[in-house]
Design a protein. Structure first.
Length: 269
């Protein structure tokens, strides 16, 4: 059958084993210093291992492969890791089921949090907008003009993407830096994701769809300086290649742990 399954670029694989830890199904092992799929029927194609790979050696592709067998996989996990591993496998399976439901096209009358909302467009400015508060002081206003923002929930055809620069924002960046809203969010479309903690299967395909289906002039990845955040840039690069957009520029902005802007560089296009 043709289905989604992990693919490993052995030239990029450094044998660190992070993907083996990230795979709750036990589908991966380090053999002769390289990550390899133990058996195709153990890989469910969700790609939890992708966000843990520091070199970008892993990606989800669609090809002819042996069907995923959840019962055989569960038995394999029990035999190799015991009851604790089975619990982790069952937990991951529940998350995968929830993710499938979250990424499906929302129906009328569904969760209000998934309904597309757009506010009046804001122009870029040299400083953040503020409003006075009782007792003195000022509060910085939000520059967000769309909903939803989580990459799991947005649809590639959402109208707020069309004709606007796209910001792929790490979940930590707006907490570390109070400048993120007015510096990067204002006047742009936005998706938020974490390559370390999210279940990232389907992220590359969704980003590629957003890039391909909309008149986006530029993509800006806003990431933290920590190594795991590099997965966000890798997914953006893979999505750029899959989108077929040779005219699209992808920039990477790195923010330090102190909230300061460290560097900006072009990574694709």
């Amino acid at each position: 059958m043709k289905r989604k399954i992990i693919e490993i670029n052995e030239d990029l694989c450094n044998g660190c084993g992070e993907c083996v830890i990230g795979c709750a199904e036990g589908a991966l092992q380090i053999i002769d210093g390289k990550a390899k799929v133990v058996k195709e029927q153990f890989c469910d194609g969700f790609g939890d291992c992708i966000g843990t790979c520091p070199t970008g050696a892993l990606k989800i592709i669609e090809r002819e492969a042996e069907a995923y067998d959840i019962e055989a996989t569960r038995e394999h996990v029990l035999n190799t890791g015991g009851d604790e591993a089975v619990k982790r496998f069952d937990d991951a399976n529940e998350i995968h089921d929830a993710k499938e439901a979250a990424t499906a096209q929302p129906k009328m009358g569904g969760c209000p949090g998934m309904q597309v909302r757009m506010a009046q467009k804001k122009e870029t400015a040299a400083k953040p907008a503020t409003t006075p508060v009782e007792g003195g002081g000022q509060v910085i206003k939000s520059d967000l003009d769309q909903w939803p923002i989580q990459l799991h929930l947005v649809q590639p055809s959402a109208p707020f993407f069309d004709g606007k620069e796209l910001v792929i924002l790490s979940t930590c960046a707006p907490v570390a830096s109070p400048d993120v809203h007015w510096r990067f969010v204002r006047g742009r479309s936005l998706v938020v994701a974490c390559p370390k903690l999210d279940k990232t299967a389907g992220y590359v395909e969704k980003l590629a769809g957003i890039m391909a289906q909309n008149n986006i002039p530029k993509v800006i990845v806003v990431r933290m300086s920590v190594p795991c955040c590099g997965g966000l840039s890798m997914m953006a690069q893979q999505a750029h290649a899959a989108s077929g957009r040779s005219d699209l520029i992808v920039e990477e902005v790195t923010i330090g742990l102190d909230g300061e802007l460290m560097k900006t560089e072009r990574i694709a296009g």
